[in-house]
Design a protein around this ligand. Structure first.
Ligand SMILES: *Cc1c(COP(=O)(O)O)cnc(C)c1O
Ligand SMILES: [Zn+2]
Length: 444
């Protein structure tokens, strides 16, 4: 394993600075740009594309530690530096790729899929990146490095993942949350896992500024996606997707974007597969933003010639309520390379899209609702061919957002007309009343 190598490098190719993965560093010391993990591609090329496919397929969902995890099953491509016994894993990935057959048929499409990344240990895709980050911290500690704690700012899901992985490894975790802006289910996760939960009277962007300062000045390890180790784990979404399609590439992938780490990761996964010959084409990517937090959409309208952070407004899709996304440069680079589109969804659109698709057997979180709404808007504009294979990335489990779901079906979401509300019918325990209600509903 040790002959595979990876390191941090500055995303500005003209700068060219590199740093070892066990250094506590998030931005280039020379030019201030973000870093990314670069792999020794020549060594990876010593195996053929078919050999890599066989290796990944043989490990997939098996028990031999830690390779049954779909992140660590791709360890040589993700983070070869960590020793197996220092890996902190909870069997990430291998999430259901749901064929949304009935939903597709309703809109005249046959090949629509929803990748259920929220069917995971802490209920969101954030586990994929956090296993890598916390494993590197664990490795650094085993090398004698002093890392007193790991911290993050979060719109909910990052803190849940950080708290769980740190608890599993016995590493102190500190999470910075915007007060009253995360769901109860999201809040209870880091509390239960024993993290220090700091609830700040600000928004996510305010928490982000604070955690960066606290980490930089106190040698605490920063777990936000500015830390490019997380991107390495998250890029396995693309590899796993192709694997689940027997190494075929879908035509389109639609993903909700907030801090824009995940869209960057998705693209990075496809690029490395193409470079190593596992695939021979790239999909087109769509990044979906909430209209209330849409700086990338506004930039897209100007051909990405300029980018301005916005003040994010409250949105039901709280995990993407971000006005100043840290990975914007990476995301724009990826969207240009993948002939990408950015679309936005209003509160009404995201809520109704969630509810419409829920009725065909899934249970969507509001962020997935943003992606579904963007999909429906592009479909309306005839961007897709009816035969296109389209994958919508579902980023979290709907059960984390029951207030949103109940509010929708009660018709109590502010400013939202609940087109598909399904209210419980309250009745006396009376046979006639019950059968009346049933036959009225099923129309017999
Ligand atoms: C974090 C998160 C996102 C946004 O991902 P970014 O990498 O910040 O763009 C979307 N949906 C959910 C549920 C999330 O937790
Ligand atoms: Zn640099």
């Amino acid at each position: 394993m040790s002959n595979y190598r990876a390191w941090f490098s500055c995303i500005d190719e003209n700068c060219g600075e590199t740093y070892p993965l066990n250094e506590i560093i998030y931005r280039c010391r020379k030019c201030g740009n973000l870093l990314e993990v670069t792999h020794d591609i020549d060594t990876l090329k010593e195996k053929s594309a078919q050999e890599w496919k066989d290796i990944f397929d043989n490990r997939y969902r098996r028990q031999s530690w830690p390779y049954g995890s779909s992140v660590w099953g791709k360890k040589e491509w993700v983070c070869p530096y960590v020793e197996d016994n220092n890996i902190v894993s909870m069997y990430e990935g291998a999430t259901n790729l749901f064929w949304a057959e009935r939903f597709g048929r309703q809109i005249g499409m046959e090949d629509i899929w929803i990748k259920m990344c929220g069917n995971s240990h802490t209920g969101s895709f954030k586990d994929l990146g956090m296993t890598v980050l916390v494993s590197v911290v664990n490795q650094m500690k085993s090398e004698g490095k002093d890392v007193p704690a790991v911290a993050c700012a979060s719109t909910g899901d990052t803190s849940a993942a950080l708290a769980a992985y740190c608890a599993s490894a016995g590493i102190p975790a500190i999470v910075f949350l915007p007060k009253d802006k995360v769901s109860i289910a999201q809040l209870v996760q880091p509390i239960s896992n024993g993290a220090l939960v700091l609830s700040l009277d600000t928004d996510f962007d305010g928490c982000m500024e604070m955690v960066q300062r606290v980490c930089t000045e106190n040698n605490i390890y920063l777990a936000n996606s500015i830390n490019s180790l997380r991107i390495e784990g998250q890029k396995t979404i693309s590899i796993e997707l192709c694997q689940q399609f027997d190494w075929e590439v879908p035509d389109w992938i639609i993903i909700p974007g907030g801090n824009l780490g995940n869209i960057s990761a998705l693209g990075k996964g496809f690029l490395v597969m193409k470079e190593l010959g596992l695939i021979d084409k790239l999909p087109r990517l769509v990044c979906a933003q909430a209209e209330h937090a849409n700086p990338l959409y506004l930039s897209y309208l100007k051909n990405f010639e300029e980018f301005h952070p916005v003040k994010a407004k409250t949105t039901l899709a709280n995990a993407i309520q971000i006005g100043n996304p840290v990975s914007v440069n990476k995301a724009i680079r990826i969207l240009k390379e993948f002939d990408g589109i950015v679309e936005q969804a209003s509160e009404v659109e995201l809520s109704n899209a969630c509810a419409l698709v829920d009725r065909t057997g899934t249970f969507n979180c509001p962020h997935t609702g943003v992606a579904l709404a963007a999909f429906l808007k592009l479909q309306e504009r005839k961007i897709f061919k009816p035969s296109d294979r389209i994958v919508i990335i579902s980023t979290a489990h709907g059960l984390k957002f029951v207030e949103f779901k109940i509010g929708y079906h009660k018709g109590e979401l502010e400013g939202v007309f609940s087109k598909y509300a399904n209210k419980p019918v309250e009745l006396p325990a009376d046979y006639g009343a019950v059968t009346d209600a049933i036959f009225k509903a099923i129309g017999h």
